[in-house]
Design a protein around this ligand. Structure first.
Ligand SMILES: [Zn+2]
Length: 289
């Protein structure tokens, strides 16, 4: 498979040099699709503790393929963070920039032409921690942030409290825990928006939003109150975002996990985050009697 993918990518690069961009794009998409499909069907152990051994195997194989030492060192740091039960931080795992021409890797932003092939910095491809940061432009993200409270209200409007709190048999989050998680995430979004708009390039601390979902500490007893806190926080956030001059969407903050990012990245991230949870809420909702 590696030989076939390499051949197709080599051809794509030649075609781009000749201006055959559409043929090249189809080849690149086909390669990405085949690699993703193969990974999807690959059998890995389901227990996260076993992934430490899998990471060792992957790092060893990538070293044998000639992966640069600084990228391998960053990978070992990230694996060590997982072993210590924490998320790896941007300082030890900066975004890799890969030269589209020759494959040279730079950890962190590229200062000058590619040291291997001389390609310009703008030709490098950046690998971010999550594509959610760039998935939605400000207009699309605002549209989602406006509509999701209404969708959520419709989902739970006629459900009795006891049903909402009942945990599913598979041990996953209850409707109440999932909605509390959305409320917590909205709280983080509101705080981040205010920080980025009120301060110059503020630090943005990582938040253990996933760990909070199962904790009842500081929660109001009734789902209605959790929802009201969510709606009120969302309304304040929207009021601020909707009145911004366009340039303010490019104000920056320094995220512990994802590095320097703009306000629009942060808003895209949280809008995507909600959309990911909605199918789960639909599944949790008991069928109408
Ligand atoms: Zn290069």
């Amino acid at each position: 498979m590696l030989a076939a993918i390499t051949h197709a990518l080599a051809l794509a690069a030649r075609l781009e040099d000749e201006g055959q961009f559409n043929q090249a794009k189809l080849l690149r998409a086909a390669c990405a699709s085949r690699l993703t499909q193969a990974a999807h069907q690959f059998n890995l152990p389901s227990n996260p503790a076993a992934w430490l051994d899998e990471a060792d195997r992957a790092i060893q194989s990538l070293a044998e393929l000639g992966t640069p030492d600084d990228l391998l060192a960053a990978l070992r740091h990230a694996r060590a963070a997982q072993a210590a039960g924490r998320l790896s931080q941007y300082a030890e795992a900066p975004d890799p920039f890969v030269c589209r021409t020759c494959g040279h890797v730079s950890l962190g932003p590229v200062a000058g032409p590619c040291p291997t092939c001389g390609a310009q910095p703008a030709t490098f491809q950046r690998w971010r921690g999550t594509y959610w940061l760039e998935a939605l432009d400000p207009f699309a993200a605002l549209e989602h942030l406006r509509s999701t409270p209404k969708v959520l209200a419709g989902l739970v409007a006629d459900l009795p409290e006891a049903l909402v709190s009942q945990p599913p048999e598979d041990g996953s989050w209850s409707l109440r825990q999932t909605i509390a998680h959305l409320r917590d995430a909205q709280g983080v979004l509101e705080e981040r928006v205010n920080l980025i708009l009120d301060q110059e390039n503020p630090p943005l601390a990582s938040q253990a939003v996933f760990a909070w979902a199962r904790s009842e500490a500081g929660r109001p007893p009734a789902l209605r109150e959790i929802l009201e806190a969510y709606y009120a926080s969302r309304a304040r956030t929207l009021a601020r975002l909707e009145s911004l001059p366009p340039a303010d969407w490019w104000r920056r903050g320094r995220h512990e996990e994802f590095g320097e990012l703009c306000l629009y990245h942060q808003v895209s991230y949280f809008a995507c985050h909600e959309l990911v949870h909605f199918p789960q809420l639909e599944r949790l909702r008991p069928p109408a009697a």
